[in-house]
Design a protein around this ligand. Structure first.
Ligand code: SF4
Ligand code: SF4
Length: 265
């Protein structure tokens, strides 16, 4: 059935009826739909003034970790296996408008449940399983406020440099990885390839292989599990390549790299 918003009516808490076709002041939660017999749904609409732990935001995105959250890591509320790094230049999806954009800085975030945007700490029955000790961004977020924003993220965010300060081997490896496998450089090479610079294929393949091999090397050297690699090195270039319009196919021992006309949105 094709939806027709002119048929919707929502009863607000004060008894007034909200009609989506008439311009009226309303909360951001618009409830729409039809009953099983095809009649427009009439639903109670409750404007929130505090968090009722509905989990809607937890199913939409995961929080960025700030410096002030460091105690959650020290106390073991959040482990390194539950975090991953977004590197500078990575394409990410905005939880606000769903658009994709390039991250202008490195960010450490809580991992989502595999194959979804839902926070790993969200449980369908219990809601947030670390609610009393949830990260600062989750505490600050007020879904009922139109003015929510985090300012000064550049200074407030936790980085890998903060986490691994003084651990020489990791500091060195991360520096080398960034030099050889920067996402910004990766995206530039792909862009140039798209414009006809075919010699970039080899450079791109080298980057992808280096990015994979340095992970294997550190795993062996420090006997760390696969789970901590997304925090140490972010997502692999192999994983993020499709977002930049690069298709990589395996042919025996070789990789075949193909480029699409446009980047994925
Ligand atoms: S802040 Fe998130 S969990 Fe709390 S009420 Fe709003 S959407 Fe639900
Ligand atoms: S940490 Fe808790 S409150 Fe924050 S997004 Fe995850 S489940 Fe939601």
């Amino acid at each position: 059935m094709q939806e027709n918003s002119s048929n919707f009516e929502i009863i607000l808490p004060d008894g007034t009826v909200y009609n989506p076709n008439k311009k009226q002041k309303r909360d951001s939660h618009t409830i729409q739909g039809y009953t099983s017999d095809g009649k427009p749904k009439i639903m109670k609409f409750s404007a929130k003034t505090s968090c009722d732990r509905c989990g809607e935001c937890c199913r939409r995105d995961t929080p960025v970790i700030l410096k002030e959250d460091i105690n959650l890591l020290i106390e073991g509320v959040i482990s390194e296996k539950e975090l991953y790094t977004i590197r500078e230049g990575e394409k990410i999806r905005s939880s606000i408008d769903g658009d994709t954009y390039y991250s202008s800085m490195e960010l450490i975030k809580v991992r989502p449940i595999f194959g979804s945007f839902t926070c790993i700490f969200y449980d369908l029955k219990e809601g947030c399983t670390i609610y009393e000790k949830r990260p600062s961004v989750c505490r600050q977020y007020e879904c009922w406020s139109q003015n929510f924003s985090i300012t000064g993220l550049d200074k407030k965010r936790l980085t890998r440099a903060d986490l691994f300060k003084g651990v020489e081997l990791i500091e060195e490896v991360l520096k080398k990885h960034e030099e050889k496998c920067s996402v910004v450089r990766f995206a530039d090479l792909i862009d140039e390839l798209r414009k006809g610079k075919e010699e970039n294929t080899e450079k791109i393949a080298e980057m992808i292989l280096y990015d994979l091999s340095i992970r294997d090397w550190i795993k062996e050297k420090l006997t760390v599990s696969d789970d901590v690699l997304p925090l140490l090195f972010g997502r692999t270039l192999f994983e993020i390549a499709p977002f930049y319009g690069l298709i990589i196919e395996k042919d025996g021992e070789n990789f075949i790299i193909k480029i699409t006309k446009e980047e994925e949105e």
